[in-house]
Design a protein around this ligand. Sequence first.
Ligand SMILES: *Cc1c(COP(=O)(O)O)cnc(C)c1O
Length: 379
Amino acid sequence: MKFDSKLIHGGISSDKTTGTVSVPIYQVSTYKQTELGGTPAYEYSRTGNPTRHALEQLIAELENGTRGLAFASGSAAIHAVFNLFSKGDHVVVGNDVYGGTFRLLNTVLNRLGLEFTAVDTRDLKAVKQAIQPNTKALYLETPTNPLLHVSDLSSLADLAHANELLVIVDNTFATPYLQRPLDLGADIVVHSASKYLGGHSDLVAGLAVTKSQDLGDKLAYLQNAIGAILGPQDSWLLSRGIKTLAVRMRAHNENTRAIFEFLQKHKKVAKIYYPGDPSAPEYELAKKQMRDFGGMISFELVAGADVKAFIESLQLITLAESLGSVESLIEVPAIMTHGAIPRAIRLKDGISDELIRLSVGIEAKEDLLQDLKQALKWA
Ligand SMILES: *Cc1c(COP(=O)(O)O)cnc(C)c1O
């Protein structure tokens, strides 16, 4: 079955007992057992729930993995994955991973003895140099947030595996529609399903998928032991959102390409970050590794332009954090999503005060272009 059909018919897409065409919401905590000491399919909903299970099967198939697991948020999924490691273990992490991931490592898991080194994962040599005798994993995102840098997953997986490291990829920005890290050598994929997979800004959820059964069983053990599971209502809503991922992604891709072309010609735009920019250093890699270039674009206005006036003049495009939804969302990372990073570090990483991140929605592109055009007049 092709990927686009799997979105709709993959996993467990109906209820066998009643014939429902979508999976019902099993709003239940416990299950009747027919014999004492048996091994029922479901015994308690933290451990397993049919609605959540349908979603978990679906994401495992979409990422070409063996086991999928659903969590209360992307952060909960990431936390469970890091619990595969122990005190004294070390992880090499991409230097521009999601701020919450950095916070988890730098203020929570470090206190429990998990060590990490942050490096630019576009630089294979830097990754290699960061590997220590106690390094257990390489953790990264591609494309990254907000500069949309692309790292070479196949080469990184080869390097990591030569050093017996697990490769963990946060695939939130690309989604399995654009990129399947497990096919490129990764061992675990994590998602904030609050973004593209949910797709409607109405849900907070996380997913993890493992390539091997063994890792899947270990992670399922942690999911049950830690307990940050996704509830049945949200599992159902997420499965529903995923069904339209392909049509949404095609619209995101197309609109973003149009906006890139518009911004490129605009005299008030100084710099654009977009993996589909043919002059971008990672364009060829992005083309090879991804099915298309996605719905995220970042840009800087020329020196002296009024970023505040531009943003506040937008009529249709909404000023908000988060991304990956049907509606277009715009933000200024320095003030909003990346405000917690010390300014000097932020500037060194290329996130200037003027940088603007746009999550392009699936509205009519004429309306989006018109809105950008009129607002840029005020910049
Ligand atoms: C939002 C996000 C997360 C965190 O997910 P939550 O669902 O908000 O907990 C992790 N990684 C990336 C890339 C994200 O964008």
